[in-house]
Design a binder for this molecule. Structure first.
Ligand code: ZN
Length: 335
């Protein structure tokens, strides 16, 4: 199954409360009998960051044709030329019906991006329909790629030290929390000013992340949380299945977005533990709690004890689902 999604950080881990949880969940996780750690994963980087001319241009045109949100303030102005307008019209006609989330869910767009991602700046697209390739070549000449590349490289240069300092503890904790091995390293990450309908997205088979170098919520320390948030989408199948099963045992549908709320909570709190109490996780900054990700309290009450090593994964999911369903029911009564 192809999974994918939008979105839409202790140096010493022995005293880390989230790490303290990691000795427990494995017992409830039969699928995690063999760990990648046996193969010395630290020898390979966790992520492979790339700044690509064609990736950036493709996502810019797609954004211009489909986006519902204003472009990030620091994003470049679109070229005011007929060739640019024609290219946007092409993207709107070809990809508009799939909407902004087409980059995440449409197989053709995913394949297009994968092809462009591996193309060097000086090469020309050859795997695309001729008209598509012509629009890309025509508009590439209108864009100051050196400036765009410099912005992407700056983003990478600021994120890499954070990954170097905190990445391995993140990996081992997330593997244990989700009772799932980390995907093959390095996970390919395209850094682009425009990165789909929100600030980042992830597709699978193989795991491939695209993240914005222009969205301020994905900048600086926030980039650490969000790159591991995105990677968590590659680890969440078991969690999602357990949540669904727990809801079904109660004769109900799983609470909407609960699995995604767990990912937001977990990477957000891990980032806070790693970076310090000053750090405000993405979901807090963007007001997702009480909004798109539902209330935070069931997670703090029922999921946090699992992260603290006080219950196992199955117990945590059962308790979390029961609490979330009760909250939903109470909400419906007041509506
Ligand atoms: Zn997400």
């Amino acid at each position: 199954m192809r999974w994918l999604f939008l979105l839409f950080a202790c140096a010493a881990c022995s005293s880390h409360p989230l790490r303290a949880a990691t000795s427990e969940p494995a017992s409830a996780s039969p699928g995690r009998a063999s760990s990648a750690s046996a193969e010395a994963p630290a020898a390979r980087p966790i992520f492979g960051f790339h700044s690509g001319r064609w990736t950036q241009l493709h996502h810019w045109l797609h954004y211009a044709a489909t986006a519902r949100r204003p472009a990030p303030k620091v994003a470049p102005e679109p070229p005011d030329t007929p060739a640019w307008d024609a290219a946007v019209d092409f993207y709107r006609a070809e990809f508009g019906p799939k909407g902004g989330f087409g980059v995440i869910f449409d197989e053709g767009l995913i394949d297009t991006h994968r092809s462009l991602s591996h193309l060097a700046a000086g090469e020309r697209p050859t795997d695309l329909a001729p008209e598509h390739a012509q629009h890309l070549v025509a508009t590439a000449a209108l864009v100051d790629w050196a400036a765009e590349d410099a912005r992407n490289q700056s983003f990478i240069a600021s994120l890499e030290p954070l990954v170097a300092a905190h990445g391995e503890p993140f990996v081992s904790t997330l593997e244990d929390v989700y009772a799932t091995d980390w995907p093959p390293r390095p996970i390919r990450v395209d850094v682009s000013c425009f990165a789909g309908p929100v600030g980042a997205y992830t597709v699978g088979d193989p795991v491939h992340i695209t993240i914005s170098s222009c969205d301020p919520d994905y900048g600086r320390e926030g980039a650490l949380e969000m790159i591991f948030h995105e990677a968590s989408h590659a680890l969440s199948d078991r969690l999602e299945a357990k949540i669904s099963a727990a809801a079904r045992r109660r004769g109900q549908e799983p609470p909407r977005n609960l699995w995604h709320a767990v990912i937001f909570y977990t990477t957000g709190e891990l980032a806070r533990e790693r970076l310090g109490s000053h750090y405000r996780p993405y979901a807090e900054r963007r007001g997702l709690w009480g909004g798109a990700m539902g209330p935070r309290k069931p997670l703090a009450t029922e999921w946090q004890p699992y992260l603290d090593g006080e219950r196992d994964l199955d117990e945590a999911v059962e308790a979390l689902v029961a609490r979330a369903l009760a909250v939903d029911a109470a909400q419906r009564e007041t509506d």
